[in-house]
Design a protein around this ligand. Sequence first.
Ligand code: ATP
Length: 398
Amino acid sequence: MLLPNPRLCARCLTARPVVLRPKTQERLCKPCFLLAFETEIHETIISTNIFTRGEKIAIGASGGKDSTVLASVLKTLNERYDYGVEFVLLSIDEGIKGYRDDSLETVKRNAQQYEMELLIVGYEELYGGWTMDKVVGQIGKKGNCTYCGVFRRQALDRGAELLGIKHVVTGHNADDIAETVFMNLLRGDLPRLHRCAHITTASSTSPIKRSKPLKYAYEKEIVLYAHHKKLDYFSTECIYSPEAFRGSARALIKNLEKIRPSSILDVVKSGEAFAAMTGDIGPPAAEEEGEGGCGSTRSGGGSMAAEERRLRNKEKIVTRGKANQKGARKRNEQKLGSCVRCGYLTSQELCKACVLLDGLNKTVPRVEVELEGLKTITDGVQRVDLHMDEIKRAAAAI
Ligand SMILES: Nc1ncnc2c1ncn2[C@@H]1O[C@H](COP(=O)(O)OP(=O)(O)OP(=O)(O)O)[C@@H](O)[C@H]1O
């Protein structure tokens, strides 16, 4: 058998290779790499049947590399293979100064470059003035991703609703999914492990389905694609850094990839095999409102549940008494209705966003009191400083 000439592209066998494909270790020229990358995403779309002709689909656009590549590739494929669908960009402004405001400028340029309609929905309008800057100002950085994830998921749904759309696609890639498979495995969260491997998910608490067309695309190849296509994207990480557990899972995946490049895909496939083996094993312990976008949000189950428990205990939303509690839990599990406050779909009295907002709003008066206290202390310090200045002036005069 004739071995491929390493000085020539492994596909066209004529051009000089410029890329060593992280996924397959093939040496490819630029056009062959771009085509291979696009074709694989097309094959994913076709084999899983995620789009329906005539459908209007929102691309969750953050301005980062993944969603920018997703928008660019989907536009290319829709034209090349005539899917007959319409794409629009949907961006959520979490209200993070110096991060999201800058990345949204990129999305605005992308909307022009790809000739796609753009809708921006902000936490500030949706959640009574609570931007992520304010949330972090209130609760600190720890656990902030839980709030952001719950808020973003609902914001994407509300944005899609405004656009009259029932399908949102996101830029989650193979690395993201492999990380999530690992995390769910380590937590023993089988329902989530089951669901995270699916390309399309429909939640019991949302009428809008989510799909991940980049499910089999390696993060490194996404970066290479963006680079060689000269795409306009925003590359800064969120300033409210992701939580440690996902960071560790990410490091684990990256280390495995170094030893065996196929590891990422192998973990994704293992997640799928698990899902196929177990069939539908019901919804995750906490409904998936937390899975809104940013990688860290899916870790929110634990702290979200704790926050809900705390608020429920305080407000006595769940009826007192063991027998009543059992009955109430059963009813809550079965009944899907609307949040009594905002109308969002939920199986509880309040949706998760409203539960979190309640928590935030309840802590405001206490902080204001503390701020008042601080003001008094600050005034006192200023008075002491003045006093010291007078003493210094007097001492200098002697
Ligand atoms: N503010 C947002 N507005 C709209 N969609 C978002 C937003 N944040 C995240 N998403 C969607 O969720 C996906 C995963 O988000 P995450 O923050 O984990 O991504 P990322 O890997 O940095 O992606 P990207 O490079 O697209 O920012 C994004 O690719 C995008 O489709």
